[in-house]
Ligand binder design. Structure first.
Ligand SMILES: *Cc1c(COP(=O)(O)O)cnc(C)c1O
Length: 386
């Protein structure tokens, strides 16, 4: 348990709002991932770049030895630029454009996680044009629910992602008849912010069934990729700065029946970067409403959209006051009623000019910022540069 030490005096010299990333938390998280994964033979961890693509964060993650999981050409570029070797990059996404596939082929990425037959055909064609062979894995929709917000479950038959289990044999046969793709494995990703290990057990059981079916047809696969999804403690970031990677990896180790020589891949996003980041915002006004008080910040949903988009909770601390605790509705300046970070939030007495930290904002925060209302994008600072 460790409270982040916010360098408030330095914060006062920076233009708000901005993201602040605590290097110690990030490094301890990366060390934990590395140590826990190393306890299992053939576990390979990739970082899901979409959670946070700050160049220095990418670089630190790359240095810790993780691979990169990309969902766009832009992310492939960002990963390469940060130093990830192409052979550690996997590329997922339900709608890969031709130029993105070409970029992946030219870089020589490890694998395309293919989500449909037409995509497979296009990859085969584009690889043929370049005289290359693309390694492909099929993203299978396992029809496994995840106990998380409806907007971030991805593994149900009704979701747009992946190839249905019914079509799995057909697409594998199709790939094996193509000259410019090499079928190397199966890919899954059932959702995000998952805290119930039962969901990962259900996925493991499903994969076991699918593997048995494939084996009965004499089909061997070298790589299984179970995606990401491990959740973090948004309620208690100080008490639980590092997710329980040990239990996560052990759950797969004891339930997924890996065959000899198979590699198990993971794509972790949120669990790697969420707890190291906070959005630092300044209080512009304290407004007395009819029966509540509003703390109006200079940060809004354009800087951190998770509360508006997923009804997400971010613990909020007044880092410049030790006054009596009162309750506030913490809101942004954007012209949208959904621009609310939280209602009835207990905070040390708030005055104009105070700085608030919205915690656990390192994942899906800065990267999802927009310029709506002609607002400037927030900057991101790492603790070692302040
Ligand atoms: C978003 C995503 C991830 C990462 O999910 P987290 O919940 O952030 O760990 C991994 N794989 C794929 C294919 C994704 O789309």
């Amino acid at each position: 348990m460790r409270d982040p030490i916010f360098p408030v005096e330095k914060f006062r010299t920076l233009r708000t709002p901005f993201y602040y990333y605590d290097c110690q938390t990030l490094n301890e998280t990366l060390t934990c991932i590395r140590q826990e994964a190393a306890k299992h033979a053939n576990f390979v961890v990739h970082y899901a770049v979409k959670a946070n693509a700050h160049p220095r964060i990418l670089n630190l993650i790359c240095q810790s030895g993780l691979g990169a999981d990309c969902v766009s050409g832009g992310e492939i570029r960002a990963a390469l630029q940060a130093g990830f070797p192409a052979e550690k990059i996997v590329f997922a996404g339900v709608g890969k454009a031709d130029w993105e596939i070409e970029l992946g082929l030219e870089a020589g990425i490890f694998c395309f996680n293919v989500e449909s037959v037409p995509e497979l055909e296009v990859i085969n064609q584009l690889a043929a044009d370049k005289g290359k062979v693309a390694r492909v894995a099929f993203r299978i929709n396992p029809d496994v629910g995840a106990h998380t917000h409806a907007h971030i479950t991805t593994g149900l038959a009704e979701n747009k992602f992946g190839i249905s289990m019914r079509d799995m044999d057909y697409v594998i046969d199709l790939a094996q008849g193509m000259e410019h793709v090499q079928f190397i494995g199966l890919h899954f990703h059932i959702g995000s912010q998952i805290l119930e290990m039962d969901d990962f057990i259900a996925l493991s059981n499903r994969i076991n069934e699918l593997q048995d079916k494939l084996e009965a047809r004499g089909i061997q696969i070298d790589h299984i990729n179970v995606g990401g999804g491990l959740g973090i403690d948004y309620q208690k970031p100080t008490e639980h700065p590092i997710p329980d990677f040990a239990t996560f990896f052990n759950t797969y180790a004891s339930h997924l029946q890996l065959r000899a020589g198979q590699t198990l891949h993971f794509e972790l996003g949120r669990s790697v970067v969420a707890q190291c980041g906070s959005l630092i915002a300044k209080v512009l006004y304290v407004k007395q409403g009819t029966d509540k008080q509003f703390a109006i910040l200079d940060a809004g949903m354009t800087d951190l959209i998770r509360p508006a988009l997923y009804q997400a909770y971010h613990q909020t601390d007044n880092i410049t006051s030790e006054g009596e605790v009162r309750k506030y509705d913490v809101v942004g300046p954007i012209c949208e009623s959904s621009d609310v970070f939280g209602k009835d939030i207990p905070l040390n007495e708030v005055k104009r000019g105070d700085l608030l930290a919205l915690r656990s904002a390192g994942a899906y925060g800065e990267i999802m910022a927009s310029g709506y209302n002609c607002r400037e994008l927030p900057k991101g600072y790492l603790s070692d540069e302040l």
